[in-house]
Design a protein around this ligand. Structure first.
Ligand code: SF4
Ligand code: SF4
Length: 67
């Protein structure tokens, strides 16, 4: 199984990681970071496979995945 860590201060809230995740693990937060962006957040990582598609997709290198 995988563990996803999102650096919310690096995230611009583009949603690419949310769209690509085959397990629908990620969501966009309702709160904002210090730059005013709504960052991606881990909604439920119980089914995360550690495939790292989300990290590969992120243009801001805001996601780390551990297996
Ligand atoms: S590692 Fe894969 S399954 Fe886990 S959140 Fe990222 S895209 Fe989804
Ligand atoms: S792809 Fe990166 S910048 Fe875009 S919402 Fe996900 S973590 Fe944030």
């Amino acid at each position: 199984m995988g563990k996803v860590i999102i650096d919310e201060e690096r995230c611009k809230g583009c949603g690419l990681c949310v769209e690509i995740c085959p397990k629908h693990i990620l969501t966009i937060a309702e709160s904002t970071n210090s730059f005013g962006y709504q960052p991606a957040r881990v909604a439920n990582d119980e089914e995360c496979t550690g495939c790292a598609l989300c990290a590969q997709m992120c243009p801001d290198l805001a996601i780390e995945v551990y297996k």
